[in-house]
Write a protein that binds this ligand. Structure first.
Ligand SMILES: C[S@@+](CC[C@H](N)C(=O)[O-])C[C@H]1O[C@@H](n2cnc3c(N)ncnc32)[C@H](O)[C@@H]1O
Length: 259
């Protein structure tokens, strides 16, 4: 996807050289320790940054949450929330379920193994209610921009009007001394994940552009480690009956870094 004017493809493209599904199964157990050894608690701080803002949500769709640390924390802080979690890795979903069981929240969690580039396929689970929260932490970077665009459009159509989308991602800051080391780090991470899981994409997708084009609006953003990591909140665009975009009553000034 290139910046303005880009038209995302409508359908997934299994002919693409990046098509093979990654397999994160063998990382399910060591994943947490690999993360702590490489980034300490920084990724965790990123995932949990907006948790307080999610306490009023009722039905969440959590995509690619891996071993389920975010999902477990979300279920714990919001005791009425139901979560449907989708991931391509059976072992990651099993780890998530064990975590939910440990906090007696498994009854509020359903899981589904699926390749999210093809979801929802013919056997996809029907959700028990309209979605008011989507969560993707370090998952959109497993997709191409076109794949993110497809998901963003699909989810926009399914989500409630007040739905929020919480995103954590790596970023390469546009300027400053951090830019070069950030680019190297991201490239090394992609190579490592290709080696360990067979991950196809090797560069960060333009996910912000894809979300905006699908009708999601940036609502709040927090940077960690000088902009190498971002925690973002997006909201479904409010439309009037005519299809016109209504002004956002909460943040008329658009996106700002929040404390
Ligand atoms: C890099 S891990 C991120 C895990 C976790 N969200 C975190 O914050 O660390 C990516 C996760 O997305 C899943 N995943 C990657 N590509 C996928 C795809 N095409 N369909 C479904 N799940 C996918 C992997 O199985 C893994 O659990």
């Amino acid at each position: 996807m290139t910046a303005p004017g880009h038209k995302p493809k409508d359908a997934p493209n299994p002919d693409s050289p990046n098509w093979n599904a990654p397999n994160f199964d063998r990382l399910a157990r060591p994943y947490r320790w690999m993360e702590y050894l490489s980034f300490g608690r920084a990724l965790e701080r990123c995932r949990f940054h907006w948790l307080d803002r999610l306490r009023d949500r009722q039905q969440a769709l959590v995509l690619g949450d891996g071993d389920g640390r975010f999902t477990a924390r979300l279920l714990a802080v919001n005791p009425t929330l139901r979560v449907h979690a989708l991931d391509g890795s059976r072992a990651m979903l099993a780890a998530m379920t064990r975590r939910a069981q440990r906090i007696a929240a498994a009854a509020r969690l359903t899981t589904e193994q699926a390749d999210l580039r093809l979801w929802p396929g013919p056997g996809a689970t029907t959700l028990s209610g309209p979605i008011d929260l989507i969560a993707t932490h370090f998952f959109l970077d497993c997709l191409t921009t076109d794949e993110v665009a497809r998901l963003a459009q699909l989810l926009h159509a399914q989500a409630q009007p007040d739905a929020l989308w919480v995103v954590s991602e790596f970023a390469i800051p546009a300027r400053g001394w951090i830019r070069a080391p950030a680019a190297v780090l991201v490239s090394v991470l992609y190579r490592a994940f290709r080696l360990l899981t067979g991950l196809g994409p090797q560069q960060l997708p333009l996910y912000a552009l894809a979300l905006e084009q699908a009708g999601w609006r940036p609502y709040a953003r927090h940077e960690h480690l000088r902009g190498l990591l971002v925690s973002e909140l997006w909201r479904k665009e409010r439309r009037r009956g005519t299809g016109q975009v209504a002004p956002d009553p909460i943040r008329p000034d658009g996106l700002k870094t929040m404390p």
